[in-house]
Design a protein around this ligand. Structure first.
Ligand code: SF4
Length: 474
């Protein structure tokens, strides 16, 4: 039985209990969210090392990290290192998008070692085995999908929403079809003159997914690859089909989330999220970015984290990270770290803005440690503790500086938090409340705050004119 089936039957599973504990929500709330399809717990029966987690708009926003090799780069050892890096830096799920060598051992190794759900895109392996797009068959696609399910993959991207009827709608696009799965299926449909096999075989896929409790991640094969193509007729036609497929999967008691764009201007993101939620009856929305501008290759973890924050605020449930290498190359370990940091910030910022219970506690705890000059606590609480400490220690490495009431940014004399605390301790702030022309500023902390740095503003040699005299002279 699947988590959805059990939730619908009123049963509470061990995974639901664990999720409730991790999210600090009631077990009944978790069960009800899963039962109504508003949340998913991707958890293949065969994934033994999994620590169950939940994806849904009522829960903390999750972040996925894509890992995997390509035809040109990466080895088994590097892939395992990437998995560990992703989990270490806070990925809530990982997708193994390998398209190079050793697909089976890498996938099995990832599932065996991963405490987070593992997702795949089976059409990549199917194409590799077929040799070329024309040789792909529905039977081969189903065979690969079933194998991934048997290997313990928790969710699979299935691009079943790209239909023959949608393809003419992509004419005139600036960047055509940019999804790998979408472009493969479009070519297959054109060459065969037949409907998308993932659509025609969708119910067979539901049966496989039901048996192993694999969650659908309904792929957005026609997502926009540029701002110019955002929110166009092709994208929304596919979304309508994804809504239909969501309901079909639910009839089979199979869990579903829906993938979304891509490249979208800021002002269209909220509308995109709300449209998906309406069309797909609240099934969790899993968005890639979106990138809010096309102009910054090399910095697309930033362009997309801006869009991801807006998407999280609008109700997206999971964010697929983008690394600085997007559009340029295969991410390495450091790119995985950078991408995850950007996306965990986006997810958390969305949760804080949405008032998710407890989300702000982290911010408040870090701020208290910061104001108390508790440097060790600050590092521990930081999103990336190692980065925070290494930046601090670049300039003030000594252990004594871990208790210092300043850092190298402003220095001891100009540390505003120290000055503020000294002023409060001395009761100066009360005095400054009643500031008037009789107040002797020299006796208050205001004098210290306003004193120029030694040796940098020597005013002795400047003309000692009043403003009126200066204005008269000029
Ligand atoms: S020196 Fe500046 S940055 Fe550093 S702790 Fe003080 S106020 Fe903050």
């Amino acid at each position: 039985m699947t988590q959805l089936q059990r939730a619908r039957a009123g049963e509470v599973t061990a995974a639901m209990k664990r999720v409730a504990e991790r999210e600090n929500r009631s077990i009944e709330f978790v069960r009800e969210q899963v039962a109504t399809g508003q949340a998913v717990i991707p958890s293949n029966h065969s994934h033994e090392s999994l620590d169950p987690m939940v994806i849904g708009r009522e829960f903390s926003t999750k972040v996925n990290a894509n890992i995997g090799n390509s035809e040109t780069t990466s080895s088994r050892e590097e892939e395992l290192t990437k998995l560990h890096t992703a989990v270490h830096h806070g990925a809530d799920t990982v997708m193994d998008l390998s398209t190079g060598e050793d697909l089976d051992p890498i996938r099995e190794m990832n599932v065996e070692h991963s405490p987070v759900p593992v997702g795949t895109v089976p059409i990549y392996e199917a194409l590799k085995r077929a040799g070329d797009v024309e040789a792909l068959t529905p039977e081969l696609l189903l065979e690969v999908i079933e194998k991934h399910a048997e290997q313990g993959v928790d969710y699979q991207t299935i691009h079943a929403g790209v239909l023959m009827e949608h393809l003419p709608l992509t004419e005139g696009r600036t960047t055509g079809i940019v999804s790998r799965g979408g472009s493969i299926l479009a070519q297959w449909m054109e060459e065969h003159g037949e409907q998308n096999p993932l659509y025609t075989e969708f119910e067979s896929i539901c049966e496989i997914f039901h048996e192993h409790d694999v969650t659908f991640s309904l792929g957005d094969g026609l997502r926009p690859g540029s701002l110019a193509d955002a929110s166009d007729a092709a994208q929304f036609a596919e979304l309508d089909t994804l809504g239909e497929l969501t309901r079909t999967a639910w009839e089979y008691d199979v869990q579903v989330m829906v993938e979304g764009p891509g490249h979208v201007p800021m002002d269209q993101i909220k509308g995109n999220v709300e449209r998906q939620q309406e069309v797909c009856d609240g099934a969790p929305f899993y968005v890639l970015g979106p990138l809010v501008t096309d102009i910054a290759p090399g910095y697309d973890h930033i362009t997309s984290a801006i869009g991801a924050t807006e998407a999280a605020r609008a109700g997206a449930a999971m964010l697929c990270y983008v690394t600085p290498k997007e559009h340029l190359g295969l991410p390495d370990e450091e790119d995985v770290r950078e991408g995850l940091a950007a996306y965990r910030i986006a997810a958390h910022a969305g949760d804080v803005a949405n008032g998710l219970p407890g989300a702000r506690d982290w911010d408040d705890a870090l701020s208290r440690a910061r104001y108390a000059f508790d440097w060790r606590e600050q590092f521990d609480l930081a999103l990336d503790p190692e980065r925070a400490q290494s930046y601090h220690d670049q300039t003030l490495p000594g252990d004594n500086y871990k208790d210092a009431r300043f850092c190298a940014m402003c220095g001891a004399q100009f540390c505003s938090m120290r000055i503020d605390q000294d002023a409060r301790d001395a009761g100066d702030l009360d005095a400054l409340d009643s500031l008037d022309e009789t107040t002797n500023l020299e006796t208050t902390s205001a004098a210290e705050v306003n004193r120029p740095p030694v040796g940098t503003h020597d005013t002795e040699q400047l003309p000692q004119q009043s403003l009126e005299e200066y204005t008269a002279d000029h």
